[in-house]
Structure formats: structure tokens, C-alpha cells
Design a protein around this ligand. Structure first.
Ligand code: MEV
Length: 307
């Protein structure tokens, strides 16, 4: 039996624009998914998610768009295994909230299944490549930023085909959930349908430029300067049409409560906003007093690992 874990993520800059080759910055957070794999008799895959109560059962070669099945099959292909496999998932990351739950589940599962059948742990890059392949089967044109950050961990500057680690201390961000669950593929498709509009193309370029400015902020070790860049990022994401009334209300509440910067993380349309604040506990209190579910997360955490 092998147990692996992978972290959730925040996209600090570059949401959606990374799909079109612009740069972005993502960081791994201290909420993880745990995946435990064991060999089963027969040619079956059985996946049990302890959080959703969902069980998936299929044959090892069945074609499936389910991201966890795709992840198991990629890991089996890598390990040249034809055995049956059972996987149990335990997650600390909310689903459909923009915190990278789906990429973390796939990545932790690839690590546990490939290590079980391969006899030794694959390299982080091998895991990241398998996770990206599985993600492509399950999602609409993913950029690869989600599978890259959950595999590598830390804080990355990402541009398709080119990833570098940024030097950062762990930072605290406040996450507030709009309570609206949404689907990343639907949001990516919505943006894709408007990409021929020159204003949308320009917004993409501006979102990418913000990521480059933010990289300089990391290099200068002045995280407080990320705040105004996050606000500009949120305004560009609103222009792209991926914000919502619930999100804008949370952003306003954060600003009124003293946040230095606030924005969507991930695909938007619902999910979470993230805020930087001098006093995270005070901001969490303000969100809670207004009925919003909020908590703090620490960034720059380790990537996928065998437990
Ligand atoms: C989703 O976490 C991030 C998006 O930029 C999509 C992607 O990069 O594949 C919205």
C-alpha cells in the first residue's frame, strides 16, 4: 500500500491568460489531498473518495473522461502494469473552488499508483508530465499550471513549456468562498468563445504583464507590493467576464475591511477570492460577520510526495 499527497494551489497572477501562452504565478498551499493505492485482484480500478462518498468502478483499460481514472491509467501505463488497483482519496481542499482540488487529486493518485507498481518513486517531472496528460483528457485545453504547481510545489513563474521557482517565504492569504461551485472547463470555454474580441486579447496580454511585474516584486522581497497588482488583476478578470456579483461583493467587503489586494483565484465564475492583508485574522472575522466562509492559507508549500 502506498500513500502520497499533493497540495492545493492559489493562482496569484495569470488566471486564464496562461492558457494563451502568457505567464502566470502560482503557489502551493498548506491544504493537501491524500491518495492511498493498493493492488487488487482482477482487472478493475476502484476509486473511493472519502469526502464526497463517491465510488467509481471500471475496467483498467476502459476509456473514461473521469480525471481520477485517467490519472490511474497514466500511472499504470508508466509502470507497464496490468494489475487491478484500489485508490482511496482523502482531501482537505474544497471541490470546484479554484484551489486546485482536481489537479491535486490526479497528481497524488499518479504518485501513489506509479510508486506502487513501478517499485520506486517517479521523479517530480515524470509525475507532472503524467498529471498534465491526464488533465488534458479531462479538461478543456488546460495550460498545465495547476498540475505543475501541485507537482513541483513552492511558488512558480509559469509560461507554457517554461517553469521557474520564485524565491519566496511562506505568505499568508485569506481565502473567502463565494459558495458557488463552478466547473473550470466551462469557464475556460466561455473565455475561449470570446478570444477573437480584441479587448479580450488585450486583457490577456495585460494579465501576463502583471505576472511579470509580480515576479519583480518577489525578487525584491516586497510581498506587500503584490496587493495593488492583485487589484489590477481582479479588474482585468472582471473585464474577461469571469467575475460575478457574489465575487464582486466579496472583493468589496475585503477592500472595505482593509485588504491590501483581492482577486479571484483560478477560473472564476464562483469559487474563491484570495486577499492579502496586514491583519488576516481581522479580515477573516469581517468575512465571517458577513456570512462568508473564510480562512487563511500559507503559501510556498512542498509539492507532491510519498508519505
Ligand atoms: C485554473 O486553475 C486556471 C485557468 O487558468 C485554466 C488553466 O490554466 O488551465 C483558468
Amino acid at each position: 500500500m502506498i500513500r502520497a499527497s499533493a497540495p492545493g494551489k492559489l493562482i496569484l497572477f495569470g488566471d486564464h491568460a496562461v492558457v494563451y501562452g502568457e505567464p502566470g504565478i502560482a503557489t502551493a498551499i498548506n491544504k493537501r489531498v491524500y491518495s492511498t493505492a493498493c493492488e487488487l485482484e482482477g482487472r478493475k480500478i476502484i476509486i473511493e473518495s472519502k469526502d464526497t462518498g463517491e465510488t467509481i468502478e471500471c475496467g483498467i483499460r476502459d476509456k473514461s473522461k473521469n480525471p481520477i481514472v485517467a490519472a490511474v491509467q497514466e500511472a499504470q501505463k508508466f509502470s507497464k502494469s496490468r494489475s487491478g488497483v484500489g485508490v482511496e482519496i482523502n482531501s482537505q481542499i474544497p471541490i470546484g473552488a479554484g484551489l486546485g482540488s482536481s489537479a491535486a487529486v490526479a497528481t497524488a493518485t499518479i504518485a501513489s499508483v506509479a510508486t506502487l507498481f513501478n517499485g520506486k518513486e517517479p521523479s517530480t517531472m515524470e509525475i507532472a508530465e503524467m498529471a498534465y496528460k491526464a488533465d488534458k483528457l479531462a479538461h478543456e485545453s488546460p495550460s498545465g499550471i495547476d498540475t505543475a504547481i501541485t507537482s513541483l510545489g513552492g511558488t512558480i513563474f509559469f509560461k507554457k513549456g517554461n517553469i521557474s521557482q520564485l524565491d519566496s517565504d511562506p505568505l499568508t492569504f485569506v481565502v473567502a468562498n463565494s459558495g458557488v461551485r463552478r466547473n473550470t472547463s466551462d469557464m475556460v470555454l466561455r473565455v475561449k468563445n470570446s478570444i477573437m474580441d480584441p479587448r479580450v486579447a488585450l486583457s490577456m496580454f495585460s494579465i501576463g504583464s502583471l505576472a511579470k511585474e509580480a515576479r519583480t516584486v518577489f525578487m525584491n522581497k516586497r510581498p506587500v507590493d503584490l496587493g495593488p497588482l492583485m487589484d489590477r488583476g481582479q479588474s482585468l478578470l472582471k473585464d474577461l467576464g469571469v467575475s460575478s456579483t457574489a465575487i464582486e461583493d466579496l472583493v468589496k467587503l475585503a477592500k472595505d475591511s482593509g485588504a491590501i489586494g483581492s482577486k479571484i483565484t483560478g477560473a472564476g465564475g464562483g469559487g474563491c477570492i484570495i486577499s492579502l492583508s496586514d491583519d488576516p485574522e481581522d479580515l477573516i472575522k469581517a468575512f465571517k460577520e458577513n456570512g462568508a466562509f473564510a480562512y487563511s492559507v500559507r503559501t510556498n508549500q512542498p509539492g507532491v510526495r510519498i508519505e
